[in-house]
Design a protein around this ligand. Structure first.
Ligand SMILES: Cc1cc2nc3c(=O)[nH]c(=O)nc-3n(C[C@H](O)[C@H](O)[C@H](O)COP(=O)(O)O)c2cc1C
Length: 194
C-alpha cells in the first residue's frame, strides 16, 4: 500500500429494485482497487436510504439518512460517480445526496462511470458536470461510458471487452489521481476560498 494514498469515494447512484448499477460498479471497483496509490471507499445509495424512501420521492428522512455518509465524503480526496441515465439525466436520489452536502465536494475532482442505452449515460454525465461546477468541484474530462452494458457483461459481472473497458477505466483513474494529488496539495498550502 502506498504511503498516504488518495482516498477515492465511489458512489453508486441508482437505487431502484432490479437495478444494473451494482454490476457496473462491481467491475469498476475491482479496476480501481488495482490502481496504484488509491484507497477506495464505496457508498451505495441503496444501502444509505431507509427502505421507505427507495424508489419514491425523497423527503426529510432521506436527507437525514445521507448524514451517515458525510464523514466518508469529507475524507475523500476524489469521487467517482457511477450513474445510469434516466430520462436524459441522472437519478433524483443522486441529486438529493449532492444537494445535502456542500463543503465535501469543494476543490476536489469528480469523475464518472456512466451507463444506459445508446448514449451510454453521457447525457447524465453532462448534467452532473453543470451541477458539480456550482459546487466548486472539478470534473475529469475522460469518462467510462457503457452502452447497453446488460448485453455484454457476463455472469461474473465483467464486460466481454475487458481490455478496452479496463483501458478506459485506467485513463480516467490516472486523470482523477492527477487532479486529486494536485488539489490535495493545494488545499494543504492554502484553504480553498471563493
Ligand atoms: C425511468 C427510466 C428512464 C430511463 N431513461 C433512459 C434514457 O433517457 N436514456 C437511456 O439511454 N436509457 C434510459 N433508461 C435505461 C437505463 O439507463 C437502464 O435501464 C439502466 O440499467 C438503469 O440503471 P439501473 O438499472 O442501475 O437503475 C431509463 C431507465 C429508467 C428506469
Amino acid at each position: 500500500m502506498t504511503e498516504n494514498p488518495l482516498r477515492v469515494a465511489i458512489i453508486i447512484g441508482s437505487t431502484r429494485e432490479g437495478r444494473f448499477g451494482p454490476t457496473v460498479a462491481g467491475w469498476f471497483i475491482e479496476e480501481a482497487r488495482r490502481h496504484q496509490g488509491l484507497a477506495i471507499d464505496v457508498i451505495d445509495l441503496a444501502d444509505t436510504l431507509p427502505p421507505a424512501a427507495l424508489g419514491s420521492a425523497l423527503g426529510g428522512a432521506a436527507a437525514e439518512a445521507f448524514n451517515a455518509v458525510t464523514g466518508t465524503l469529507d475524507a475523500a480526496d476524489a469521487f467517482v460517480i457511477v450513474t445510469p441515465e434516466y430520462n436524459h439525466s441522472f437519478p433524483g436520489t443522486l441529486k438529493n445526496l449532492i444537494d445535502t452536502h456542500f463543503t465535501q465536494w469543494r476543490a476536489k475532482p469528480v469523475s464518472f462511470v456512466s451507463y444506459g442505452g445508446m448514449s451510454g449515460g453521457l447525457r447524465a454525465v453532462e448534467h452532473l458536470r453543470q451541477v458539480f461546477a456550482e459546487l466548486h468541484a472539478v470534473t475529469v474530462r475522460d469518462t467510462v461510458s457503457l452502452h447497453n452494458p446488460w448485453e455484454y457483461f457476463d455472469e461474473q459481472g465483467r464486460p466481454d471487452d475487458l481490455q478496452a473497458s479496463g483501458t478506459a477505466a485506467k485513463v480516467m483513474l490516472d486523470q482523477l489521481a492527477w487532479w486529486a494529488e494536485a488539489l490535495r496539495s493545494a488545499r494543504a498550502v492554502r484553504p480553498y476560498g471563493g
